[in-house]
Write a protein that binds this ligand. Sequence first.
Ligand code: FEO
Ligand code: CA
Ligand code: CA
Ligand code: CA
Length: 667
Amino acid sequence: MTLAPLNLFVAHRGRSSRQHITCRNRCGDACSRPAPNSSDNEYFGDIVAAMSRRSALRVGGVAVLAIGAGSVLAACGTGEKPAATETSISPAAAPDSPAGMRFDSVAVNTEDAVVIPDGYQQRVVIGWGDPVLPGAPVFDIAGQTGAAQRQQFGFNNDFAALLPITGRPDRFLLVVNHEYNSPQFMFPGYDPDAPTREQFDVEVAALGLSVVEVERSPQGGLRPVLGRYNRRITADTPFILDGPAAGADTVKTVADPTGRAVLGTFANCAGGVTPWGTVLSGEENFHTYFGSAEGTALPDPDKAKRYGVLAEPSEHRWETFDPRFDLGATPNEVNRFGCVIEVDPWDPASVPVKHSALGRFKHEGATVHVTDDGTVVVYTGDDERFDYMYKFVSANKIRPGDTAHNMRLLSEGTLYVATLSGQNPGSGTWIPLLHSGTDVAESLVDGFTAQDVAVFTRLAADRAGATKMDRPEDFEANPKTGKVYVALTNNDKRGTEGKPGPDGANPRNENKNGQVLEITDDHAGTTFTWDLLLVCGDPAAADTYYGGFDKSKVSPISCPDNLAFDSQGNLWISTDGNALEGNDGLFAVALDGPNRGETKQFLTVPIGAETCGPVVTDDLITVSVQHPGEGDEYSLDNPLSHWPDGGGAPARPAVVAVWRDNGNIGV
Ligand code: FEO
Ligand code: CA
Ligand code: CA
Ligand code: CA
């Protein structure tokens, strides 16, 4: 396997190591544009932060660094990366690491490979172009068609769920999001200024979700089966829109005058699994698929802008092939995306649902916690710089075995947005925005109808005074303690001119490395307390904090994105855009006792890739390897990565399984 030179991946405009091409393909170049939240929503935390801008960053009750404009963090903004120090990598297998974390940490590297601990094995489960449906043609990267792609595994796999099949102990359903297309890495000779109809057809079919039956392989790991549950959901699969937005004038189109029947899902990033066996998935950067001729009049440009929707040609140019993506021709179509969707993977004929009661924004994902009395709480972050954290609390309770009833639980309840105050540790309040009922919905925000709260949730949350966070990504509740963890990936604009400065929970200017928040929530209630578990970045830097653990003994972590728990109660974190040297990875973090904050890198993904969708079981871990080899100077014709097929083959996104030779993970 080859080692790529470190200078191949110069930070994208001095931010994280996320490449500009990734930002264009996924987010419509959001990082080069102003953050869409320009509301003057100044909350208590801003005021406290302004007063204490030169005070200390308090982590673990200890002041560690004076911060302010021009702080030590400016080093991250120059593109001068801190060197990966020998002391910061590869702590030996620590016999005193907690159960579940007893493996040799993987060192920082830039290999074109998935690198795993000694004593572990790996195998690709399924990758882009592999068959999902019976009769799927053999993948032909030079001659790919939309018809073929509809039967094959989609592109840029992200969130994954692994659901046991009752009565078949060696079989599971693997449900995977396909977040975005990287056409430069999908089509030979791709011209971003003149995509073809055939390429559009492939792109529509390459997004959405895959449902694939998998079985344990005799060689280890998992392999796909052409089972009866297998299904592709694409960017034009029929959906039902439910909740308060259903039937609203702002979601009606000529093709759907009811405002209740939507075609497709895309930009599906993270997700969650419900206790009743369905899968939730967050529509995130949906705006990148809608465009128009420059200067087209939009019905409400300010509302559109708050979602990054602009009257200009889109990155993917879908508007040139189908008028529903043309903001001039079909201005309301874009208002039908940005939802949490629910899919019943056990019924391939089922019509998936878009739950507008959970609000419309750039949902990273949606994760479920159930209270002792059966109330369902769904946590969901809005992944944008200076955007918000939300939760939904169901009005009704789970009825075991009653799937029809349970699939209505996310249609009726209350949507809240978070305000945080205080320095670390601090407290917070959930502000109610919207009650959704059986036949009626009630807005709890002055000046907004219930339908407007559901469709333009970001603006309602602005009015409610929500706290501006550093890109809230995945939430995950610890099944052992009920504490809730939030990955805040980064925010290079914090503290810059005209933008909010640091506060207790978002403590750094020009935050390149992100942090992980720990919340003790009154789940169905309206109050919580919080503290910072991790302030990520170079462990040798004074502005980082690893839960109080000895920083000379941790793996460096940067840009936390997706979260998962193992059965021991250790937190697993995958990263997106590592701003330190090295590839993205998957890390385990101890939460309790003297090891709290111990952070160990379990694997790294190939160069140019992002680690997504971790599934952590006792004897097997899967991760989605997304956009391997995606770099500004590279393409399908000039690949940087050859993972997983090797040789001269271009890279393919794929799901990989990792297991131990003998025994369970990390014990
Ligand atoms: Fe798809 Fe929030 O990253
Ligand atoms: Ca991310
Ligand atoms: Ca998760
Ligand atoms: Ca991600």
